[in-house]
Design a binder for this molecule. Structure first.
Ligand SMILES: [Zn+2]
Length: 415
């Protein structure tokens, strides 16, 4: 292998409208740091950096301009034999940096079996047969919605927000409010009825209630308990981005999660979620299967959504995903969800360490440098902030460092 198994990548930037503008976007900042010729326009939004072989926007090998997807096709062994066998010769994950300025659609992803069925029945909407587990790791304070709230929270909103109750209906409200202490299955089914009533409500009736709610909250004192208890800030924010959208009511069902840098949330199958604000690293299985629930101009498949969701209520602790210390490298922490498709390492080498060797792993991996510089290294891997590398399986990368190193590495951890 010409470059000792380490290939610098040139990665595509997606300028979706929900991204952060200009230099305030981590995507733009990192792209500019690694490639000074990258032009950052103050009025442009920079939403995502795609690091991988996704056919819609594959990264290219910087030195040759070859698409990573083509490169892998003609050099399958660089994936590692286990990965190549399990994933039919394809890189199973897509690694991203996200800069979120405006909330993304509220959504959930089907499990593998369900994805296969949806793809078979409606290939025009569900374009591939794969699941789409996702992991988001905060780079800056990061906000999102994730999983159903604890039962007591939802019960209390139903009591204190009459507009929500009007949409949910009195029967479903009463059932949910009296199901404490009952069987988990009963609680889930009561919660489902309430959520379903919101999603299936006549849009005009629902919009009218949301408008009443927004009008009422708009004149509240911003520091009052009433404003807090009605999630006033979040409601007004979502409504300003998506006026009268069903998402304005979905916020009363889902946990609002605030991640500090380094904290993560894992979005397994059927967990409703949305990203609201901040910069993060994201890793996901290669798929486009999204079932939406609000805050989107795109198609919302209400029946599929309502049937598939995981209606188990719970707090935010259940949704945060811990990183584990590596057994073999003191500078590595691993976010390793219970899927084969990907894991993410966070590598943080302190200033005083001048030489560092990235562990050789039996999987292709993608390395994103956030901080630090190499002065000397294997091949020509010139580590610097914003630089992205594809590392072939079973490659040992040794670098000499100046001033520490902070990076993320996506890989597969198969047994
Ligand atoms: Zn998602």
């Amino acid at each position: 292998m010409g470059e000792n198994g380490v290939y610098e990548l040139k990665c595509e930037v997606q300028t979706y409208a929900w991204g952060k503008p200009g230099a305030s976007s981590e995507v733009a900042r990192l792209s500019k740091l690694a490639h000074p010729d990258f032009n950052v326009e103050q009025n442009q939004t920079y939403a995502e950096l795609w690091m991988g072989a996704h056919p819609k926007a594959p990264s290219t090998i910087l030195s040759s301009g070859i698409a990573l997807s083509d490169f892998i096709k003609s050099n399958e062994d660089i994936l590692g034999s286990k990965v190549a066998n399990l994933f039919n010769g394809e890189l199973p994950f897509l690694f991203k940096v996200l800069s979120v300025n405006k909330s993304l659609s509220i959504q959930a992803h089907p499990n593998k079996k369900h994805a296969e069925k949806l793809n078979q029945e409606r290939p025009e909407i569900y374009k591939d047969p794969n699941h789409k587990p996702e992991m988001a790791i905060a780079l800056t304070p990061f906000e999102g919605l994730c999983g159903f709230r604890p039962l007591t929270d939802i019960q209390s909103f139903l009591k204190t927000v009459p507009e929500l109750q009007a949409v949910v209906g009195s029967v479903a409200t009463e059932q949910l409010c009296s199901c404490a202490g009952k069987d988990e299955a009963i609680i889930s089914s009561c919660l489902k009825s309430c959520f379903e009533n919101v999603m299936k409500c006549d849009p005009d009736v629902r919009s009218a209630q949301i408008q009443l709610l927004v009008n009422r909250v708009s004149v509240m004192d911003k520091i009052s308990a009433e404003f807090q208890n009605t999630l006033g800030e979040l409601l007004l924010r979502i409504n300003s981005q998506f006026p009268s959208d069903v998402g304005c009511l979905v916020i009363y069902f889902l946990n609002l999660i605030k991640l500090s840098p380094g904290e993560a949330m894992y979005l397994g199958a059927n967990v409703p979620h949305a990203y609201l604000d901040g910069n993060c690293i994201e890793c996901m299985a290669c798929s486009d299967n999204v079932v939406r629930a609000g805050c989107t101009p795109k198609y919302i498949d209400v029946p599929t959504l309502c049937e598939m969701l995981d209606y188990s209520p719970g707090g935010i602790d259940k949704q945060k995903y811990p990183a584990l210390q590596s057994d073999t490298d003191p500078y590595v922490k691993i976010y390793n969800p219970a899927v084969d498709d990907f894991a993410v390492q966070c590598i943080s080498v302190p200033n005083e360490i001048k030489e560092y060797t990235f562990e050789s792993v039996d999987s292709a991996s993608i390395l994103l440098v956030l901080n630090g510089k190499s002065t000397k290294c294997t091949g020509n891997a010139h580590l610097r902030p914003g630089a992205v590398f594809f590392i072939a399986a079973n490659t040992k990368l040794s670098v000499q460092l100046e001033g520490g190193l902070f990076c993320f590495r996506a890989l597969c951890m198969l047994n």
